[in-house]
Design a protein around this ligand. Sequence first.
Ligand code: FAD
Ligand code: 2HG
Ligand code: ZN
Length: 482
Amino acid sequence: GSSAYELHRNDSFSKLSLEDIDYFKKILGEKSVIQDEDVLSTANVDWMRKYKGSSQLLLKPRNTNEVSKILKYCNSRYLAVVPQGGNTGLVGGSVPVFDEVIVSTSSMNNIIGFDNVSGILVCEAGCILEKLDSFLAEKGFMMPLDLGAKGSCQIGGNVSTNAGGLRFVRYGSLRGNVLGLEVVLPNGTIVDMLGTLRKDNTGYDLKQLFIGSEGSLGIITKVSILTPLRLSSINLAFLACNDYLSCQKLLLEAKTKLGEVLSAFEFLDCESMELVLSYLDGVRNPLPPSNFYVLIETTGSNESHDKEKLESFFLHSMERGILSDGVMAQDMNQASSFWQIREGIAEALMKAGAVYKYDLSLPIENLYKIVEEMRKRLGESAKVLGYGHLGDGNLHLNISTPVYDDTVFELIEPFVYEWTSKHRGSISAEHGLGLMKANEIHYSKSSEAVHLMASIKGLFDPNGIMNPYKFLPRSLLSQHKE
Ligand code: FAD
Ligand code: 2HG
Ligand code: ZN
């Protein structure tokens, strides 16, 4: 690890006993109670291999009632719990810190229903995002979110992190698209909020508390989600800009000229491109080397109209000197090879060695300045990459070194958080707080707001068993057993 924090196990949590294991076997059956070392070593470590726990137990409930029995028991026994979906989270939230019991939703992967007039899908939390999208494709619909981890992340994990991703600019937040949830509280209570209505102003919208709550309040077991029609005409352009100012101008131009068909606006800098080219096999840059690259996707229903729009946008931007170069994908294969460059950056960073990952929301005019300042601070000691969801004002600042290095780390933090706070940005745009940023929330939220959050946490989870040490400052998390 790279971390500057010293963390101790909260000894008010019980240690797992043989009686506990017997109880779980009795309620779940032998097969869903996993103590196998290989399985556990995978479940104990996150996608980046940066955060590692030492849990001795993985439970795989098959339905809501089983989740309810598990949590009720863990709560009464003061056993700490980590909910785990696809384990693709990037802030250390999905793995145990010490010996917490891992509750995986992987065996809860049924589609419950789909209404092909309204486009409303109801499914279990463990459904894999890509599988849901394939299911919907057959019905002429699609998931309103898309991310590089789609092949393994689960809808329950997506909702729990309020994941953004590549189509956010078009379809918006899960806060708008999720219409209902079923959740299990730490005391075992099953809360049915699984509405399938677009409009419902009856009382507090409690499901919103669970969206983005990162497993801190309970376990999401079912999701109801509004899905858009899958439109037939998709076009993708891979473009080059000389400087960041041109990228900003291009965004305004894209909103103006492409308006209703714009479905993605992503960018990467030349350092990101170089890293992908050196670490991923079979990837090539379709353009001559440039300082910035922008991917623009349009999705609509009229092929010739959409193509014409994108082409005239392209020509106009070239004439104005905003664009220095560009290509349009000629077929699906070429389109996926362009996406592979953008979606492959996180994987290339993994192969390059150690990575310090920051996921910032910033006012668009300042968004790239932090990358430049970081380069000045770190000099030759690290590679600094800037890329992300420019259309949403979301920068992925990644710092890559051959191995973890405390001197580099101390040059990055707290500077990056202070800078973001000073520029009125968010220190977590879409990945969440997890273990990594639990103690940093104050950079983006007022003390009053954080205390209110801690009260909510205490109300839902008075024993503090849900995903301990994470999400909220550790000084505010309650001390469990009296
Ligand atoms: P996990 O990683 O298993 O869990 C994430 C958090 O949610 C943990 O705190 C966990 O305890 C909690 N949790 C999981 N399931 C439940 C549940 N049912 N009930 C309660 N709590 C639960 N994120 C983006 O926002 N945009 C991106 O573009 C994006 N791209 C990515 C690309 C790659 C290659 C990778 C590896 C990750 C990416 N991510 C992105 C990170 C993102 O958070 C996850 O991919 C995804 O949303 C997490 O889903 P998961 O099922 O893997 O959840
Ligand atoms: C993406 O948009 C993901 O590719 C990962 O959110 C970002 O690796 C990152 O920093
Ligand atoms: Zn992202």
